[in-house]
Design a protein around this ligand. Structure first.
Ligand SMILES: Nc1nc2c(ncn2[C@@H]2O[C@H](COP(=O)(O)OP(=O)(O)OP(=O)(O)O)[C@@H](O)[C@H]2O)c(=O)[nH]1
Ligand SMILES: [Mg+2]
Length: 207
């Protein structure tokens, strides 16, 4: 698959289950731990309103030693799956850290908060360290819904990626509409730099 329509990146502390999430989605299989070094790439085609959308998915390394490398991978991403492990409170704190980074450097990247390993908590409620009441307000801040997933059972994984694909298409449709409105209003297209230059020129000729 050579054409990529949208870049999606997975971020989160090591061992939260990022690689397992991608493997479940793309290959429908569940894996034992294999540390990710640098990053791994996969792609998957989703259908939105009968049209194909190819997601290019970057699975990053969660270990703090790879933090600077991980930063290289979220540039240009339109969506981030920000993972924490429901059974590990420290991973939720780490998710907050990445949320801050992303909001500063890639403000257009939409963040989808994802609590992993739901099956463990379904088997034993005492293992839960991150309550829904902790995570939901953060997801609301991102303007997205909260996903709790299990890569072991596959629960909620397809719906997470389908939501991302649908949102990407909606956003692009809305951007195109805005662009067309601007074009028909101005008569021709000016990019932002040309607009600024044009404004400065008018200001000069008046003075
Ligand atoms: N029970 C259960 N275990 C999971 C789940 N997802 C991941 N795991 C286990 O958690 C461990 C870590 O999973 P990975 O997907 O490799 O974690 P990662 O976030 O990619 O880790 P790094 O590559 O080091 O950043 C593995 O032993 C997985 O089998 C899940 O949904 N349920
Ligand atoms: Mg990994």
């Amino acid at each position: 698959m050579s054409r990529i329509d949208a870049k999606v990146v997975l971020l989160g502390k090591n061992y939260v289950g990022k690689t397992c999430l991608v493997n479940r989605y793309i290959h429908q299989r569940f894996m034992p731990y294999q540390i990710t070094i640098g990053a791994a790439f996969g792609s998957m085609k989703e259908m939105v309103d009968g049209k194909p959308l190819v997601l290019g998915i970057w699975d990053t390394a969660g270990h703090e030693a790879y933090e600077s490398i991980t930063r290289m991978y979220y540039r240009g991403a339109v969506a981030c799956i920000l993972c924490y492990d429901i059974t590990d409170k420290s991973s939720f704190e780490r998710a907050r850290f990445w949320a801050g980074e992303l909001t500063n450097t890639e403000p257009k990247c939409k963040i989808y908060l994802c609590g992993t390993k739901k099956d463990i908590v379904d088997d034993d409620q005492h293992k839960r360290q991150v309550e829904l009441s902790m995570a939901q307000p953060l997801a609301r801040d991102f303007g997205t819904e909260l996903f709790e997933t299990s890569s072991k059972t596959g629960e909620n994984i397809d719906s997470l990626f389908k939501t991302i694909a649908r949102d990407v298409v909606q956003q692009r449709t809305s951007d195109t509409k805005k662009h067309e409105e601007r074009t028909s209003r101005d008569g021709f297209i000016l990019d932002d730099k040309t607009r600024q230059r044009g404004c400065r020129l008018v200001a000069c000729s008046l003075s």
